[in-house]
Structure formats: structure tokens, C-alpha cells
Write a protein that binds this ligand. Sequence first.
Ligand code: DAH
Length: 363
Amino acid sequence: MYSVPKLGDYSAASLDQAANELRAALEQESSLVSNDSDWKTFRDRWMARKGGITTQLSDWLKAAPGPAKREVGMRVNDLKARIEQAVESAQQRITSARAGATGGLDISLPGIRRPLGAEHPVIRTVNEIVSVFKAMGYSVAEGPEIETDYYNFESLNFPPNHPARDMQDTIFIAGQESSPQRDRLLLRTHTSPVQVRSMERLKPPVRLVIPGKVHRNDAPDASHSPMFHQVEGLAVDTNITFRDLKGTLDHAMKALFGSSVQTRFRPSFFPFTEPSAEVLVSCIICGAKGCRTCKQSGWIELLGCGMVDPNVFEGVRDNGYDPGKVSGFAFGMGADRIALMKYGIDDIQLFFQGDVRFLEQFA
Ligand code: DAH
């Protein structure tokens, strides 16, 4: 192993030779460093204050006679800098070799646990409803949430001053006073406009199920939310009757809630169906005995439906919907309400607050 020699004479040639020998030794020893303990030994041998090679180099300077001090000092400084650099780069070399061996990862750290997501209970319910109708041969259609007055109201036979068009219920997009009424934009209040959009696009016969978000200017409470979900249905063909409507919806309710559920149809009114009805199902919470949910009546109102009004067909007559030739039925249900019932939840707000303690129960 290299040790610092005493300098004999101070000629430039012998100073250079001594410096070259030291540099060669430094290079060789540093190349042999391959782990932390090698490195510490190397560092101490070359840099320890007591007896390290750097310290011994200072003795060259001390021993040098006056006229030689300048030449010796220059070489000593240069060698000290090289030693420091060699120690530092040997350390870098072993740390990067270690990182390379594990791909830069500390494989002893615990892993990051990513919580598993789950389908939201409302979306799960929407999908269940959709699949009940798919099994009967229905296709899925969708439409925009920002809708025109025409599709949301006019094409669905709402008269110009119908209360549903009132600002109290409908969220309109501001600043459209200069547009004609039929072009004004609003957040759709129901999925029914997609009936008309679909009939413009598809010739009869059609069997469609239409899930989507809708908006109404309602104050949030346990049973209301300004945004909620509906599933709409539309069947148009020749000779579709009210019996088809009843049979289809009775089957759908049994598929959703169980075969012992009963349905009841009660006369109602919607501008876009004639006749119109409300469908009630026997209360699935209490088994129709009477409870808080069904207000002791044994029945829960779940959806609106009816036979498509001829005035709605008039708007799409040119695409094959001559009201003298085709007939159809339509229905619309609130998916959030159905989800509340299916899961026995008493506050619709829970669906939209994003509280993980609530949502993880559906994972
Ligand atoms: N669009 C109605 C609502 O939001 C629900 C509805 C009723 C849809 C009767 C229909 C229907 O398709 O025929 O209250």
C-alpha cells in the first residue's frame, strides 16, 4: 500500500515524479472501493486528520527549504484537491450502484394502499333498471343535459304557459332574452326530450331506455335534490296498446323488486301522453302492511307513463311517425328514489355528499 515518501531533493523533476506516484496510488485505491466499509477505510487512510495522507503531505511543505516552498506548495494543494475529489466520487459511485440494483426503489418501504372504488348506488340502480329493459329487447339512448326549450317542453306538447316552464322549477341559462323561446337553453328537467331526439334519429319501430341526469330548482332536503336521475322508456310500433304498457311495467317492477310485488295504475296527466297514468308498487319496505315510507297506504308511487300523445308524433311525422299509423307508450321513473327504496336509505342527500363512510358500504 502506498505511503508518502520523504522528499530528497526539490528539483522540479523529482517533485513531479513524487506527485505522479501519489496520483497513481490514489487512482488505484479509489477504484477498489466497492461498498460502504471500503469507502470509510479509503476516506480515513487518505483524509484522516491524524496520520492521513493529506496530513503527511503537509509535512512535505514544512520540511521544504525556503526557496522550494512555492513549488512544493503548488503541488501539495493540487494533490489535496484531487484526494478530496476522489473520496467524494468513490462515494457517489457506490450509492448509485446500490440504487441501480433495486431500480432506484427502496424495496423495504411498505406499499401504498389504494382504496378500491365501487359503483355508486344510484348508478348501480340505473344500470339494473336499464338491464331489465335490455333483456326485453330495448336499446339504450342518451341526450344532452343542456337542452333547448323546444325539446324539453314544446316538442312534448307543453302549452306556452304551462307551470312546468316556470322559473320556479326550471333552471334556465341566463342572458338569452334575445333568442326565440324555442332556442333558449335550460338544464333539462326530465329525460323525456330524448324521446323526441331519438325519434328524429331513428325510424319506427323503436324500443328505447334512456338513463340520465336531470335538474330542477328544488331546495335540497331528505327527498329532494336539484340534480337527480331518471330512466325514461319509449316503445313505438304499429298496434301498441295500453295493455303492452301495463304488462311491460308490471314485469319490470317485479324484475326490480321481486316477483311478489304488485302494481297499480292510477289515472294522471302529462302533456306528452294521453291517456296518462301513475304506477304504484306495493310497498317493498313493509310488504304493503303500512309504514312511514308508504304513509300507511301500502303503496308507493314510482313512475309516470302513458300512451304517446299524437301531438308528439306530429313533430316527427316526417320520419315515419304518422300518428294514424303508429302508436306507442312512454314512461319515466326517478332512479334516486328507487335506489333509496332498494337500499333502505332515508336521505337522498347522502347520495351526493361524497362521504366515504356512506359510499364504502356499497363497495
Ligand atoms: N317526464 C316526467 C317527469 O319528469 C315523467 C314521465 C311521465 C315520463 C310520463 C314519461 C311519461 O315518459 O310517459 O315527471
